[in-house]
Design a protein around this ligand. Structure first.
Ligand code: ZN
Length: 462
């Protein structure tokens, strides 16, 4: 049985939790009034400041704007990690990197998989009676363990042709919405790889393309099928400079991909509304943002824990979610406890907190995020509203920004304020210690003679 990391006195185990929080009717099947449908939309690599609801000058996501008109917008959301795997593991488990261990920063030793003793939100809601469907256009996390736990159905996309790939994933999503029984609560997560590089919107969404600019794409070496391709590593190590024209071309294409995602979401939501009504909880978020040359030493892409990368959008609508916006700094580690709260399910012990009291103004404590990243010389990072600290361990220069005065992270004080750097380092280490969540010890159980004999026959005991 899946073990929960519980506070003393709380129920243990999935079955017990589901039973205690939902009552016997839920176990007998059938949708409860307290179990709203939930649609989680994760757009890879999406910066909030490039989305219409966040006031971007380009109308990249008009449908998202409409969908969330009665919803709630979080203006300061910090991802648990600066790239897909650690951030998604934080979102799935409600834990900081040092507790879920994905991308621990210890080169070649990080398991890159969610350990079996951590619970994902899919497992939690599946245990509470939800039908769970994952449509994953981003394959990376599914190569590693744990992300696939708790889903009844998984459809896995690829990085192949972005246009036919999209159509296939959208068809599968629509097919699953139609196939879901109406008397069962549905949790569906749709993860689109876009706007991850290479940015290649379909021509109908490439609205900001300017043919006067130099056509160029970015990506990793594996994707170097284009003549005019900038390899991420070359750019970030400074062996390939990017001209202003090229950077503008990239930003324009990136925005086109957001416009494309918006149209895809409209299509999905229209089907959902027709099939299941419009009273679902919808959450739209991202795993991380993207850099476009804001920092000299990190020209493009997403690796290092700068704010352009750690900042993600988070918009929610549906029953129990008040209309408005929240300034308070929150994190994607809050998504699991928020979903549990909205669905009336007891959450396991996690680092995140429910955002329901945050939205009502009851909880006013800003989130602090700390962790490690396997990439970019395995940095350790720590971020409060006041300070950003990055210890690169090897290679790049360490970083200290005073975010209150320098939100754009342009004035690195690591070498001029050495004592402060060391003090923040001590705070980082204390923070990790104070927020460690140990796995619950496996409960010992006395076996009866029949059980012992059965185990002996299978070779498990002597
Ligand atoms: Zn990603």
């Amino acid at each position: 049985m899946t073990r929960f990391l519980t506070r003393p006195g709380l129920a243990l185990g999935l079955g017990l939790l589901a039973a205690s929080s939902l009552g016997p009717d839920a176990l007998a099947g059938g949708k409860q009034a307290s179990q709203p449908d939930i649609l989680v939309v994760l757009w890879d690599t999406t910066r909030p400041d490039h989305l219409s609801p966040y006031g971007y000058e380009r109308d990249t996501t008009p449908f998202l704007d409409d969908l969330m008109a009665d919803g709630h917008r979080f203006d300061n959301v910090i991802a648990g990690g600066p790239w897909t795997l650690p951030s998604m593991a934080s979102m799935f488990t409600g834990l900081y990197v040092h507790n879920h261990g994905v991308s621990s920063g210890i080169a070649n030793e990080s398991p890159m998989a969610i350990p079996p003793d951590r619970t994902t939100f899919a497992e939690l809601l599946s245990g509470a009676g939800y039908r769970t469907v994952l449509v994953a256009g981003q394959w990376l996390h599914l190569k590693h363990g744990g992300f696939d736990r708790g889903w009844d159905i998984i459809h896995k996309g690829g990085m192949a042709d972005p246009n036919t790939g999209h159509a296939r994933m959208d068809d599968l999503t629509i097919q699953e919405i139609k196939a879901a029984p109406s008397d069962e609560p549905l949790l569906m997560m749709v993860h689109t790889l876009d706007p991850h590089s290479p940015y290649q919107p379909h021509p109908t969404h490439d609205l900001w393309r300017d043919d006067a600019l130099s056509e160029v794409y970015i990506g990793t070496k594996d994707n170097g099928q284009f003549d005019n391709f900038i390899v991420v590593n070359e750019a970030n190590q400074g062996t390939r400079t990017i001209s202003d024209d090229e950077m503008q071309f990239l930003v324009n294409a990136y925005d086109g991909e957001l416009h494309q995602n918006d149209a895809r979401l409209r299509k999905i939501w229209e089907t959902w509304k027709a099939e299941r009504g419009d009273d679902a909880i919808v959450i739209v978020t991202a795993d991380h943002g993207e850099a476009f040359g804001e920092h000299g030493d990190n020209v493009i892409f997403h690796e290092r824990p700068y704010d352009v990368i750690l900042r993600i959008p988070l918009l929610m609508r549906g029953p129990g979610i008040p209309n408005g916006s929240t300034d308070l700094t929150v994190s994607n580690i809050d998504i699991l406890p928020t979903l549990a709260d909205l669905a009336g399910v007891q959450a396991p012990e996690v680092n995140g907190r429910s955002l329901v009291p945050v939205m009502s103004g009851e909880d006013t404590e800003p989130s602090v995020v700390a962790g490690f990243s396997q990439w970019a010389q395995a940095p350790a990072f720590f971020r409060t509203d006041d300070v950003k600290w990055i210890d690169y361990r090897v290679g790049a220069s360490n970083v200290l920004y005073l975010l209150g005065k320098d939100p754009g992270e342009s004035d690195n004080l690591a070498s001029t304020m050495e004592t402060l750097f060391q003090n923040v380092q001590a705070s980082f280490e204390k923070f990790l210690e104070d927020h460690a969540i140990e796995a619950a010890p496996v409960e010992s159980k006395t076996l009866n003679d029949d059980e012992l004999q059965a185990l002996r026959a299978l070779g498990y005991v002597e």
